[in-house]
Ligand binder design. Structure first.
Ligand code: PLP
Length: 392
């Protein structure tokens, strides 16, 4: 491996050369079933023809102008996303962390508009929101923060899934917003109790806080609806999107509604690349393809199939603590650390991930077929069985 790269990643010893659908081929010509989709990015799978066509055509037409000018494709994408989500306005950026940065900046504007000098955002233990200074501060994981102190002020942390813990801060006049993942991604695919999001919505309404949802991993069809909050019949004030939106082309978005949609004014926020014609064209192709093929609906169906299949095969296994998830966002929690499983699966031609130390995380492309899902069920079951053959 070249030493010309900084050492900030622990990489698997493999390089992929091409892809098609759920499949990737490495430089030796070996084929792998990708049950991770580049961490919830390639929902349409690899080398999707609709995305490839859109990118080629747009690259031959116009890649970049500037947010100094109108960008019709950006306007189209904003309207499409608002129609799907029930939100009212969009700001486009280049990554998830930037989408959350925009959300945090909106919460501060909201606080200052209310005359609050030290606006504070309630965030969760075990959350992940990104690697910029503000978003790593919001993240509930000491490993991600270590070495980067001083952290940003204005955050207050409570346990995930615990509505009463949020309510305890109702009397704190500095609180201006709640930032939460509807299902945690990096935090181990934790699904909060039913009514959690509705409870947060009510608290936010009562106290004039912004309800800010981080759907960077859960959004864009992955959980079986376009957005995970749509399972709960609530609407956030601010919504962060990225990963699945461009199928691999870097694009993030912060959507807002109500007064949050009017907080940014000319000059208050911006980015050079964000929402350029190339990435917006790609995202429009992603949304159109997902809509035409009802991929959120397919994700719901395939998710139920995989969850049922894993529960049937591994549900009674002594080393398996819990099998959980929603749509194609699935976690299998073991009774022991299992990071080693990633390398073992790779050798077996299967790409998976392990997060929160002992949770196997599966985020397959939304286009996964029945036979591919069966292969995933069989291969992973065998890997888990042999890995846990001896007691922890
Ligand atoms: C990946 C992720 C982020 C950060 O996105 P980047 O594009 O890596 O900056 C933030 N929040 C959640 C929930 C994520 O899964």
């Amino acid at each position: 491996m070249s030493d010309a790269l900084m050492h900030n990643y622990g990489r698997q010893p493999v390089a992929f050369e091409r892809g098609e659908g759920v499949w990737l081929w490495d430089t030796e010509g070996r084929r792998y079933l990708d049950a991770l989709s580049g961490i919830a990015v390639c929902g349409l799978g690899h080398a999707h023809p609709a995305v490839a066509r859109a990118l080629c055509d747009q690259a031959n037409t116009l890649i970049h102008t500037s947010n100094i000018y109108r960008i019709p494709l950006q306007e189209q994408l904003a309207e499409r996303l608002c129609a799907l989500s029930g939100m009212e306005r969009a700001f486009f950026c280049n990554s998830g962390a930037e989408a959350n940065e925009a959300a945090i900046k909106l919460s501060r504007l909201h606080g200052h508009a209310r005359g609050i000098a030290n606006p504070t955002v309630i965030v969760m233990e075990g959350s992940f929101h990104g690697r910029t200074m503000a978003t790593l501060t919001a993240t509930g994981n000491a490993k991600i923060q270590k070495g980067f102190e001083p952290l940003v002020s204005g955050f207050l942390r409570v346990p995930y899934g615990d509505l009463a813990a949020i309510e305890q801060h109702a009397g704190n006049p500095d609180v201006v917003a709640v930032l939460v993942e509807p299902i945690t991604g990096e935090g181990g695919i934790r699904v909060p109790p039913a009514g959690y999001l509705q409870g947060i919505r009510e608290l936010c309404d009562r106290h004039d806080w912004l309800m800010m949802l981080d759907e960077i991993q859960a959004g864009i069809g992955r959980t079986g609806r376009w957005f995970a909050y749509q399972h709960e019949g609530v609407l956030p004030d601010v919504l962060s999107l990225a990963k699945g939106l461009g199928n691999g082309v870097p694009i993030g978005a912060s959507l807002a509604r109500g007064k949050a949609a009017s907080l940014f004014t000319p000059g208050s926020h911006g980015t050079t690349f964000g929402g350029n014609p190339l990435v917006c064209r790609a995202a429009l192709a992603v949304l159109e393809t997902m809509d035409k093929q009802d991929l959120p609906g397919k994700a719901a169906h395939m998710g139920e199939y995989l969850l049922a299949g894993f529960r049937q095969r591994l549900g009674n296994h002594a080393a398996v603590r819990e099998i959980r998830g929603r749509g194609l966002m699935i976690g299998i929690e073991l009774d022991r650390p299992c990071a080693e499983l990633v390398g073992k699966a790779l050798q077996a031609g299967l790409l998976i991930n392990v997060t929160a130390e002992r949770v196997i995380r599966l985020l397959p492309p939304l286009i996964i077929s029945d036979t591919e899902a069966d292969q995933l069920l069989d291969q992973l079951t065998e890997l888990v069985q042999s890995y846990t053959a001896t007691p922890a």
